[in-house]
Design a protein around this ligand. Structure first.
Ligand code: MLT
Length: 206
């Protein structure tokens, strides 16, 4: 099977592991980004890891995302559920194709939000997650058990798009599903900082 034969294929890049045993990372970019956006972040987070970096295929005035939205922070839940299910299926098929161990999701903004939707609705897609500037795009009851799944959420203290309070609510939802969540707030806004990558790296090491 070639990458284009993966059912419901998303455009993506794959980098093999430089250090066997490092957890694979699935990179999910923010609105207006693409599959290259988080590659430098992933290198700091875990330089030895295999990487599957995926491009969102929903366009909002030319800016790529993983699901459509009605307005800033206003979500169409049916669309979120549908797009999260398609992405979950793709990740599972791609893992099999490339022989990847259970991966850690690394999502930023819209990419973190779609990862949060998958973590709530689809079991065993991710072995863990780093959710950067995330909010919960769903009000639906979570269906998946996340027993023992390590999840780090990092918020920016002055982020108007993913305010720390909303990120913390998402952390509580994931904790109620059984995840081992860690939550950090950095002195910054919505944009990623070097401290995000350093915090992620420390967390992954631990
Ligand atoms: C979203 O739509 O997922 C969030 O508002 C974050 C964003 O992409 O701006």
């Amino acid at each position: 099977m070639s990458a284009s034969e993966v059912p419901d294929a998303f455009h993506h890049v794959v980098r093999p592991a430089a250090m066997p045993g490092s957890p694979p990372l699935v990179l999910l970019h923010g609105t207006g980004g693409d599959e290259t956006e988080l590659l430098p972040f992933a290198l700091t987070l875990s330089p030895g890891s295999a990487v599957l970096a995926i491009r969102g295929r929903v366009s909002e005035q030319g800016k790529l995302r993983f699901f459509p939205r009605l307005a800033d922070g206003v979500f169409d839940e049916d669309a979120v559920l549908r797009h999260a299910a398609q992405l979950a299926r793709f990740i599972t098929a791609a893992r099999e194709l490339y022989g990847l161990a259970p991966p850690i999701a690394v999502g930023y903004s819209n990419g973190a939000n779609v990862a949060a939707a998958i973590l709530q609705q689809h079991e065993a897609v991710f072995a863990g997650a780093v959710l950067l500037r995330a909010v919960n795009p769903l009000r639906a009851e979570p269906r998946a058990s996340l027993r023992g799944t390590p999840i780090l959420l990092i918020a920016g203290a002055s982020d108007p798009i993913a305010p720390p309070g909303l990120s913390e609510d998402l952390a509580a939802t994931l904790r109620n599903q059984g995840a081992e969540t860690s939550f950090r707030t950095l002195t910054c806004g919505h944009a990623l900082t070097d401290e995000d990558a350093e915090s992620g790296r420390e967390w992954l090491r631990a």
